[in-house]
Each structure stands twice: as structure tokens, then as C-alpha cells.
Design a protein around this ligand. Structure first.
Ligand code: AMP
Ligand code: ZN
Length: 116
């Protein structure tokens, strides 16, 4: 999928609305449209990277910034101390449906392990 067809690039461009909760130089985060927990936020890099497999050697700072965003958003949502999950699916077998990497930040309820 090219960047021009990418749903999350369209959200980044402001062409599709989203409930944005966080913005930095390298990342933005918005509420999942179909939340699986009381807090379900998607944290994405501004750079289009399709899957974890496509992360390059020069992308470490960008990927690290997704976790800094997770820390800040968890604090703002009031779930930092009780706990939360930050997870990224890669390709079909793991359930990836949008091919612009995104960290799911899930919290506000007990989360079972292992996931299905
Ligand atoms: P994944 O299955 O890991 O690729 O996650 C994709 C996520 O994007 C799902 O949890 C969807 O509910 C979510 N999603 C799809 N379209 C939108 C949208 N327009 N705004 C916010 N979240 C979306
Ligand atoms: Zn994209």
C-alpha cells in the first residue's frame, strides 16, 4: 500500500478526522475508533513505515518516541500506575489491518495474558 492510500497518513494530513490526544515532532496519537478497553489509543510515527519488518536502522529514535508518547499518554489517562499494555501487531497472522505501524496503548481494565 502506498502512502497516498494509507489511512493513517490521511489522518496525519488532516484529511480524515481523528480524536488526537498527543502530538510531538515525530509521533501523533489518537483514540481507536473501535476501542477494546476504556483507554485505547493508537500511537503512530509521522513517518510512513508499513510494518515492524520495514523499520530501518535510522528509525530507532522515531520508534523510541512512540514509547515516550505511551508513557506520557498513560500518565495523562491516569492508568500509568495501575498498568497498561503497549503492543504492535505485525502482518496478517498477528491481526495487523492498517499498514502504517501503530502502538496500541490499552488500559483502564484488567488485560489477560497471553492475548488470543
Ligand atoms: P491493527 O489491527 O493492529 O492494524 O489495528 C488497527 C486499528 O485501527 C484497529 O484497532 C481499528 O479499530 C483502528 N482504526 C481503524 N480505522 C480507524 C480510524 N479511522 N480512526 C481511528 N482508529 C481506526
Ligand atoms: Zn502511512
Amino acid at each position: 500500500m502506498s502512502e497516498s492510500d494509507c489511512l493513517f497518513c490521511k489522518i496525519l494530513a488532516g484529511d480524515i478526522p481523528a480524536d488526537i490526544v498527543y502530538e510531538s515532532e515525530t509521533a501523533i496519537a489518537f483514540r481507536d475508533i473501535n476501542p477494546k478497553a476504556p483507554t485505547h489509543v493508537l500511537i503512530i510515527p509521522r513517518k510512513h513505515i508499513a510494518t515492524i519488518n520495514d523499520i530501518g536502522a535510522g528509525d530507532e529514535a522515531v520508534i523510541g518516541s512512540l514509547y515516550s508518547a505511551a508513557r506520557e499518554i498513560a500518565k495523562a489517562e491516569g492508568i500509568a500506575e495501575e498498568g497498561y499494555r503497549a503492543v504492535m501487531n505485525c502482518n496478517e497472522a498477528a491481526g495487523q489491518t492498517v499498514f502504517h505501524i501503530h502502538l496500541h496503548l490499552l488500559g483502564g481494565r484488567s488485560l489477560s495474558w497471553p492475548p488470543g
